[in-house]
Design a protein around this ligand. Structure first.
Ligand SMILES: [Zn+2]
Length: 336
């Protein structure tokens, strides 16, 4: 073999090694050990809302009578399939996850946008739980691609309140984090297996959840539409931080002001911080250093929650935590 070819192959191997290492290098969660939330009193009587974090921006929200879920993403395909292959919902991973989270029945599955790490599994989760599937027209086309019944589909009208039991959910038009990948609309039924990049964004929403016990804002992606949340209030913000660590201070501040600043919560809880190419059955790891900077995000959030107004917390995976009403968790300021 010619010497230049050997040199090129060696370089390629080195590059692949570097890439593999970078994609598997996860920042430690140890510095945030004091932030994990738990219900102050899981048996307290009275109206309450609990939230179970299930990775990325998949959240199970329940008041003990009615439950709904955002996204419902459980397949979490490995990096090789996401970057080079084709992906499809994994019925076993979905079934196992729903069982472990103790979910039989849901009033709704609401996809915050249509990227694969949000909406790919939503139809299968809705089908298994008898839920209405709520999302953009692109999410509807993901559902049509797997034969989901049209009668159980509800395309979002932004700003129009939807009732599920004692919950009122309003989807407000937002913007995706500006990474520029897989933007646009899914205009035809999307049939899996297909490339991850075929799951186009299809419009992003902030979800405002109102209940007698209080209110939540669920922000799946770290982007914003200027003024979209003006005049709204939420007691707790579940704040999507995916990619935020890669942006400068001005961007982070703009995001904070437009979302957290606008709704004035008492508690901010980062979500979409985990490496979603690893199975949910394993302990969650923060996004790899090559793709994000979770410590920088947490330093930013800590500096904005030092006074305790708002306070900061993290949700453990699988564990229902009361965030509103009777027995609700108390967020803290434990970062130094
Ligand atoms: Zn996305």
């Amino acid at each position: 073999m010619r010497r230049w070819l050997l040199a090129a192959l060696a370089l390629l191997a080195l590059g692949a090694g570097w890439l593999l290492h970078g994609l598997n290098d996860h920042p430690s969660l140890e510095p945030y050990a004091g932030l994990w939330l738990a219900s102050a009193d899981p048996g307290a009587a009275g109206p309450h809302v609990s939230v179970t974090f299930l990775g990325v921006s998949t959240l199970l929200v329940s008041d003990g009578e009615t439950a709904f879920m955002t996204d419902g993403f459980f397949t979490r395909p490995p990096k090789t399939s996401v970057f080079f292959g084709r992906i499809a919902p994994d019925p076993d991973a979905i079934a196992r996850s729903l069982q472990r989270a103790d979910v039989d029945e849901l009033a709704a599955v609401i996809a915050v946008h249509s990227h694969y790490d949000h909406a790919m599994d939503s139809p299968e989760v809705a089908r298994r739980t008898g839920a209405v599937l709520v999302g953009s027209e692109s999410t509807a086309n993901i559902a049509r691609g797997v034969g989901f019944p049209e009668a159980s589909l509800r395309v979002i009208t932004p700003g129009e309140p939807m009732s599920f039991g004692a919950f009122t959910v309003t989807a407000i038009r937002s913007q995706h984090f500006p990474h520029g990948m897989a933007m646009g609309e899914i205009t035809q039924p999307l049939v899996p297996p297909t490339r991850a990049m075929d799951y186009l964004e299809g419009g992003s929403f902030s979800l405002l959840v109102s209940h007698a016990a209080g209110s939540l804002l669920i922000q799946g992606s770290a982007g914003w539409a200027e003024g979209a949340l003006a005049g709204r209030h939420a007691d707790v913000v579940l704040l999507g931080v995916g990619g935020l660590g890669t942006r400068d201070e001005a961007y982070r501040q703009g995001y904070w002001d437009a979302v957290v600043g606008a709704v004035g919560p008492r508690c901010v809880i980062p979500i979409h911080w985990d490496d979603f190419t690893l199975p949910l059955a394993e302990p969650l790891a923060a996004a790899p250093r090559l793709l994000d900077d979770f410590p920088a995000t947490m330093t930013f959030l800590a500096s904005h929650t030092r006074s305790g107004a708002p306070a900061l917390g993290l949700l453990p995976v699988w564990q229902p935590v009361r965030l509103l009403g009777a027995g609700a968790a108390r967020c803290g300021t434990p970062l130094h």
